[in-house]
Design a protein around this ligand. Structure first.
Ligand SMILES: Nc1nc2c(ncn2[C@@H]2O[C@H](COP(=O)(O)OP(=O)(O)OP(=O)(O)O)[C@@H](O)[C@H]2O)c(=O)[nH]1
Ligand SMILES: [Mg+2]
Length: 265
């Protein structure tokens, strides 16, 4: 999973382009590779399973430079389409942080697109994860080949509520960088939030949501500067928390949300 390493001041994340065979996953990576400055991207690698050229998938490293103080990089993967490569697709999804679901707009490929979506959900389930917990963008590709009714029809059938979706023509490039940029922003925000809430969980166990001041966190290098006042209802409390990173003096602010229920007798 996406790693935020405070000591090394770096973030590493993994994106997977997933879709049915021929949906345009490789075309996306080719276009990204073509359009990104050389300083931002590494080599586009094609991984091949010996004796089976149809199992090819690509990997592209991308450097985003320093984002809010962290050296940030991503590895972008495609998966090989086709019925024989489900095991490779599953393996590529391990520890993924962000997904672009490439949906093939051609009406004759709508069924295959839905099968790919089901398979994606199954693979994530095998790792104890769910699509709605990840940063996901749906990209409706091959827009040059269909009219709007195909887009409406597929969108209804997919029935997902992703953070965003884009129309694209991956071979020409339209929609390709918007897809990647939007996903990167979403995913990095998510990784930071998780890292900060891990610090918060260590700092303030949910059973003691009362305001605390000046608590020392041994070994963590963080100090709670202030917590609270809590606001909310009988069902849910929001506790604003401010931490100081003792080493750098940097302040982190976030809000802890607590759902309240009756304690068992
Ligand atoms: N007209 C058009 N052709 C496209 C588009 N995207 C991809 N293609 C073409 O469709 C074919 C398959 O695209 P790929 O990107 O190789 O497909 P893939 O998703 O990687 O599929 P796999 O073969 O399973 O790896 C190629 O010939 C592409 O040039 C698009 O938006 N419009
Ligand atoms: Mg491909």
């Amino acid at each position: 999973m996406g790693q935020l390493n405070r000591e090394a001041q770096e973030i590493k994340a993994k994106i997977v382009y997933f879709g049915s065979a021929g949906a345009g996953m490789t075309a996306n990576l080719d276009t990204i590779h073509r359009k990104l400055k050389k300083t931002h991207r590494g080599q586009l690698r094609v991984s091949q399973v010996p004796k089976d050229p149809s199992a090819a998938y690509e990997v592209l490293p991308v450097e985003l430079g320093t984002v809010r103080g962290f050296a940030t990089s991503m590895q972008i993967y495609t998966v090989p389409g086709g019925p024989n490569h489900a095991a490779i697709r599953r393996r590529i999804l391990e520890d993924v942080d962000g997904i672009v679901f490439v949906a093939d707009l051609r009406p004759e490929r709508h069924d295959a697109t839905l099968v790919a979506l089901e398979e994606l959900q199954e693979h994530l389930g095998s790792y104890g994860r769910r699509l709605d917990e990840l940063s996901v963008i749906v990209q409706y590709n091959r827009r040059d080949l269909v009219d709007e009714s195909a887009l409406d029809a597929l969108h209804r059938r997919i029935g997902l509520k992703p953070a965003a979706f884009f129309e694209a023509v991956a071979t020409e490039g339209s929609g390709v960088l918007q897809t990647l940029t939007t996903l990167s922003k979403l995913m990095l925000a998510e990784i930071r939030l998780k890292a900060e809430s891990e610090v918060a969980t260590a700092a303030a166990p949910p059973q003691t949501p009362r305001a605390q001041r000046g608590l020392e966190l041994p070994g963590k290098g963080f100090r709670i500067e202030s917590a609270g006042p809590a606001q909310g209802t009988d069902a849910e409390l929001q506790v604003p928390i401010r931490l100081i990173d003792e080493a750098s003096g940097r302040r982190l602010e976030f809000s802890l949300r607590l759902t309240l229920g009756e304690a068992p007798e």
